[in-house]
Design a binder for this molecule. Structure first.
Ligand SMILES: [Zn+2]
Length: 312
């Protein structure tokens, strides 16, 4: 009985080693541009050759509504809270994903004060066994850029200087490469939908908000310290869907047409991401090796256990 178990463990170890070092399907998955390009090519051609690899009904995506009712984020040029925009768009994204067969998509709404809600959302994301985490926000500008205008008798801040969406990933996320892969797929789909990303985050005048642009083609920036990106133990991306401090863009963001365009981009990106992931086992191994683990990973521990069992 013990010998049989050991033989099985050894066989499993050999299989995993073959996957790790044989560089068959794993190799193509680790080189994310290749898998992303494959999915994109299929998408562009209107084909879904890898659809079978994507089990939509099993795929879990957490759609996080940025901020809370109590601490509702930025104030728009017309005096509305960011939270309202985030909630409306996140609900639409979930609805559209459900319609596309991603039944396990979870809308994550948290309450309370800022830090408490961040801890809550990370804890809920980490206990959800999800494949992907997407946080939805709407952008503003640093206070120093604000100008004043009057709207419906209220004196409010605005800045028409910047517009566009932006996508953020954290290098401190345990699965940075997969996070970036989804960020790039999302940026590509938003671009295909005619949207232009915000370029000003690379500028020095952004001060402590200045970011590194890691995918200039698709508008993906690094925001390493962001709690919801670095503390989630699953691939995580934050989308600033547009600037609500810009008077024209605020109106666009409030329109059903723009909301649908963004939701369509998210759905296509999730479809491509899910299809590019391949089989769950290979994907899990690819995740383990997407970044050197700080300590022994469960996979490595299993390999060592198997190797020990074999040598005994
Ligand atoms: Zn926000």
């Amino acid at each position: 009985m013990v010998d049989l178990t050991r033989k099985r463990a050894a066989a499993a170890a050999l299989f995993i080693i073959a996957l790790l070092f044989g560089l068959g399907p794993l190799h193509s998955l680790r080189a994310e541009p290749a898998s992303a390009a494959r999915a994109e090519t299929a998408s562009a051609a209107g084909e879904t050759p890898e659809k079978a690899a994507c089990d939509r009904a099993a795929f879990r995506l957490v759609v996080d509504v940025g901020h809370t009712k109590e601490v509702p984020g930025a104030i728009s040029a017309r005096g509305l809270y960011e939270y309202e925009f985030n909630l409306r768009l996140a609900k639409l994204v979930v609805e559209r994903l459900n319609q596309a067969g991603f039944d396990k998509t979870l809308l994550l709404v948290t309450g309370g004060r800022a830090h408490g809600s961040l801890v809550q959302r990370v804890a809920r994301a980490n206990s959800s066994s999800a494949d992907l985490f997407l946080s939805i926000h709407h952008d503003s500008v640093p206070n120093s850029f604000l100008e004043k205008w009057e709207f419906l008798g209220r004196r409010l801040g605005f800045s028409d200087r910047f517009k566009g969406h932006s996508i953020f990933v954290s290098n401190s996320n345990p699965d940075y490469r997969t996070s970036l892969q989804f960020g790039s797929l999302l940026g590509k789909e938003l671009k295909a939908g005619g949207l232009v990303y915000a370029h000003h985050y690379t500028e020095k005048f952004m001060g402590h908000r200045q970011r590194i642009l890691v995918d200039a083609e698709n508008g993906v920036y690094r925001y390493d310290q962001l709690i919801v990106l670095k503390d989630t133990r699953i691939p995580a991306v934050l989308l600033e869907a547009g600037s609500i401090i810009n008077r024209d863009e605020e109106q666009a963001m409030a329109s059903p047409e723009r909301q649908q365009a963004i939701a369509s981009g998210v759905v296509r990106a999730v479809e491509n991401f899910c299809a590019a992931r391949g089989s769950p086992l290979v994907d899990r191994i690819a995740r383990q090796h997407s970044k050197p683990p700080a300590k022994a990973s469960p996979l490595r521990a299993a390999l060592h256990r198997s190797a020990r069992a074999k040598s005994q």
